[in-house]
Design a protein around this ligand. Sequence first.
Ligand code: SF4
Ligand code: SF4
Length: 180
Amino acid sequence: MQYAKNLEEHAQVITRPHKRLAGEATLLGHNYVPWRQVGRWMCIRCGQCCREFLVPLLTHEALKIYKSFGPLIVQVDGKIALAKKPDSSCVFLSYDSGIAKCMIYFERPGVCRIYPFYVKLGASKDDDDALYVDNMGFKYRVYIDINCPGSYKGPPIEPIMPKIIETWKKFYGWWLLSRP
Ligand code: SF4
Ligand code: SF4
């Protein structure tokens, strides 16, 4: 790992294709299943995702974190991500009586807001259980990582699906929102 030394250096690095990075990072080391097959989910705040996964950053997220918190950003194989502590957990992870807490919760990256869900635009004949159609008529395939200990627990997923899609659109599909 290598820390970005300054904003200029950082700005050069982060011109790489980050939409692809976000997708890759959520596909590696996970076990994604169509959301209808899992049915229920709740975050039990175990912190597993914050300990185990690299958190890829979009360009504006990297700049914001750099400006707000300093060089807590690393390059890993040419990708920009949040730095990790020596124990491999995210630099912003803390615990309160055993409950995981994000120290930048209201400013956390998009990938943290969407996990354990993974969203792809477009329908597929083979994946009806993953299909979701939003209020604008756009079709998505949505999966959930069943390695997340909150899978199969808590309330039904369906009522939170609009929020998941809105979050995904805000961070990764913003161009959809600009369509007439
Ligand atoms: S692994 Fe799942 S349950 Fe645990 S903190 Fe992350 S999202 Fe929440
Ligand atoms: S930014 Fe917050 S939510 Fe995201 S991995 Fe770090 S501690 Fe977890």
